[in-house]
Write a protein that binds this ligand. Structure first.
Ligand code: IMP
Length: 445
């Protein structure tokens, strides 16, 4: 029997799987790549609706079901459950070619995409966004952000400037060509006069994109209303986060962030549910920390230890293949994430990767300019001067990947988990010990 609490009420749950919670948000705890896809896929089997609320094909989820591996970028991971309504909501920026490619790959593997809906308000990533992303990174030189190069920043820039093209207009053959021509007038000035690049040709872009618009038209919908009505009729919604809290444009380590709101609050923007309708907010964290792209990372290990974690954890980007920067678990950043997301639960993953170390470390504070601080400074200027203060715990040698019960974990692994829990003051209700769906340990509170 598992026990969970919903709005302060204890709920007993006979099911051996995850709790049945009405509306659940899943976020990445730190800088992304926490393997949210596995939890989302697991929770989706119990939900009626799965909503992806932000980001674009900069994200990458790998879901392993049996011996099958699925790499998803924009299509919600709920797609692997045929009964689940999958929604790409307003806050997403959608690259048509990459989205259609993903759909076709799934369909070729026998996955039905019939229950997929795309918000007409989602913005389109156009070829000039990708080019501008690349040119802007080059222009910045040593100060480059290390973006994924998927045109995300420039697409959100257009959205905020109110010059973007939305999905509803993209799939309307009467509107899209004129909107594209208007946008290109300005973009070509930018390309040629600021970046010294070649202008782009509207006819070539139309040739490339109109077939994709045809394919995507049937999926375009008023998704916010659909989700709102589903929730009102008692359906359960899962919000699938992409990227992670410290990459949030407001709460994250600006400017080394993405251009959307991957923290929990973002799940309510443009999706059809308001904050009062969220019952559970789960962050996914690894039992160590990784980061891709540039920006301060106090617990980074640029040494053999970092290389070992990278190799054991296969820490290479799903989207770009880039090696991830690796280090000890940053408890200061994790506590910040718990606070600003209003977490109800933490899912601690990759415990199998930490096996075999004599000792393991968790940063519990930072030294900043000779002073010990416990609160995470999200501004780059202070963060890059922080030195971690570690709590050192004994490691565990036993392989944990076949363990399915908390009590069967090595004592030192339990100690590690409980130390994290105490530090962030949020219950760790799930522990992952491997990539497969079944390699998960569920704990009561
Ligand atoms: P952008 O989202 O491509 O503009 O990249 C901005 C920053 O966010 C870069 O540091 C990227 O490496 C990082 N980023 C974007 N998406 C992800 C993700 O899914 N996982 C990890 N980092 C990401």
């Amino acid at each position: 029997m598992l026990q969970f609490s919903v709005r302060g009420m204890r709920v007993d749950c006979a099911d051996e799987g995850a709790s049945k919670m009405a509306n659940t948000v899943v976020v990445g705890a730190m800088w992304g790549d926490e393997s949210k896809g596995k939890l989302i896929d697991y929770l989706a089997h119990d939900k009626d609706v799965v909503v992806r609320w932000g980001g674009g094909s900069n994200a990458g989820h790998t879901v392993v079901v049996g011996d099958q591996e699925y790499k998803l970028h924009l299509v919600p991971a709920g797609i692997l459950h045929p009964e689940t309504l999958c929604v790409v909501a307003d806050g997403v920026v959608l690259d048509p070619a990459s989205f259609v490619g993903e759909l076709e790959t799934l369909q070729a593997r026998g996955i039905s995409c019939e229950n997929l809906k795309i918000s007409g308000n989602a913005h389109v990533v156009l070829p000039y966004h990708r080019l501008l992303d690349e040119l802007e990174e080059k222009r910045k030189g040593a100060k480059a952000l290390g973006t994924t190069g998927r045109g995300i920043g420039p697409a959100y820039q257009d959205k905020a400037a109110r010059t973007g093209i939305r999905m509803r207009d993209f799939v309307n053959p009467q509107l899209f060509p004129a909107k594209l021509a208007e946008a290109l007038e300005y973009k070509n000035q930018l390309l040629t006069k600021i970046y010294g690049a070649e202008p782009m040709d509207a006819a070539t872009i139309l040739d490339q994109l109109l077939p994709h618009a045809e394919k995507l038209r049937p999926y375009v919908d008023d998704t916010a209303l659909r989700v709102a009505y589903a929730a009102r009729s008692g359906k359960e919604v899962l919000f699938e986060g992409a990227q992670a809290t410290l990459l949030d444009i407001d709460l994250g380590t600006y400017p080394y962030v993405t251009s959307s709101h991957p923290s929990a609050g973002g799940s309510c923007i443009g999706t059809g549910l308001g904050p009062t309708q969220i019952d559970q907010i789960i962050a996914v964290s690894k039992s160590y920390t990784t980061r891709v792209g540039a920006g301060a990372f106090p617990t980074e290990q640029v040494n053999a230890l970092g290389d070992l974690i990278r190799e054991r954890g296969a820490e290479y980007g799903t989207t770009t293949g880039r090696p991830r920067r690796c280090g000890w678990l940053d408890g200061v950043a994790l506590r910040y994430s718990a606070l600003v997301n209003g977490l109800t639960d933490l899912y601690l993953g990759h415990m199998d990767v930490l096996c075999g170390f004599d000792e393991v470390k968790i940063a519990t504070a930072y030294m900043l300019d000779g002073e010990k601080i416990v609160d995470f400074p999200s501004d780059q200027d202070r963060l890059c001067r922080c030195e971690p203060v570690y709590m050192t715990l004994p490691g565990w040698k036993e392989d944990v990947s076949d363990i399915r019960e908390y009590a069967a974990l090595p004592e030192n692994a339990q100690r590690f988990i409980e130390a994290v829990e105490q530090l962030i003051e949020v219950p760790i209700t799930m522990v992952s010990v491997g990539r497969r769906r079944d390699q998960t340990i569920f704990r009561g509170r």
